[in-house]
Design a protein. Structure first.
Length: 202
């Protein structure tokens, strides 16, 4: 589209126009247009432009109904640019400022993935446990995430501590059993291994 090609050629100009617009009194329709433009950037994979566009929508205004969504997509844009710390900090801010937001499950889910990617496993598991699985994330998706990340933990002591926190979690139990079994025979805690196997009928 002609409009999109202009945006691609002059990204700095686009960001300037967005900032200029927000310097003026805005109505709900104006915010709607700004939000649509920001989403268009995001879906086109122009995450640097999306980052700037969503940032302009994160300032409180009584006519702006997009603050929470803009903050969330700002974090998503940062993630896609591999700015995981920026994304994490924004998602934490959403949790702090908008704890009752109806999309807080998504916030917790993406925060959990960020922590798990950073090998902060206990923090990631804590956030996964806060996701209400009957809402946004289905049980299968939570299980898939655990199956993807938990096998990376090979220290049986770490897995034992995690099992103490989540004694009914079969994925934690499986990974604990695996971590013990990978130890040399002389170092294996056979009593713990048998206990896990019997607990989950592995």
């Amino acid at each position: 589209m002609r409009g999109m090609s202009t945006i691609q050629v002059f990204p700095g100009y686009t960001a300037f126009v967005l900032l200029l617009l927000l310097a003026l009194p805005l109505h709900a329709q104006d915010f709607k247009k700004l939000y649509k433009n920001a989403r268009d950037f995001f879906h086109a994979g122009q995450y640097n432009l999306a980052l700037e566009a969503f940032k302009t929508l994160m300032v409180y205004d009584k006519n702006n109904p997009y603050i929470e969504y803009a903050s969330f997509y700002y974090a998503q844009s940062a993630l896609r640019m591999n700015y995981s710390v920026v994304a994490r900090d924004m998602l934490l801010q959403i949790r702090r400022l908008y704890p009752e937001w109806d999309q807080i499950n998504e916030v917790n889910y993406w925060l959990a993935k960020i922590y798990l990617d950073r090998e902060e496993y206990f923090q990631g598991m804590r956030l996964l446990s806060e996701v209400k699985q009957e809402d946004f994330i289905e049980q299968q998706e939570i299980t898939r995430v655990k199956k993807h990340y938990l096998p990376r933990i090979t220290d049986p002591e770490v897995m034992r501590m995690m099992w103490e926190e989540y004694p009914d979690d079969i994925e934690v139990g499986k990974c604990l059993a695996r971590a013990i079994a990978l130890q040399p025979n002389a170092q294996q805690d056979r009593a713990l291994l048998d206990s896990v196997i019997n607990r989950f009928q592995l």
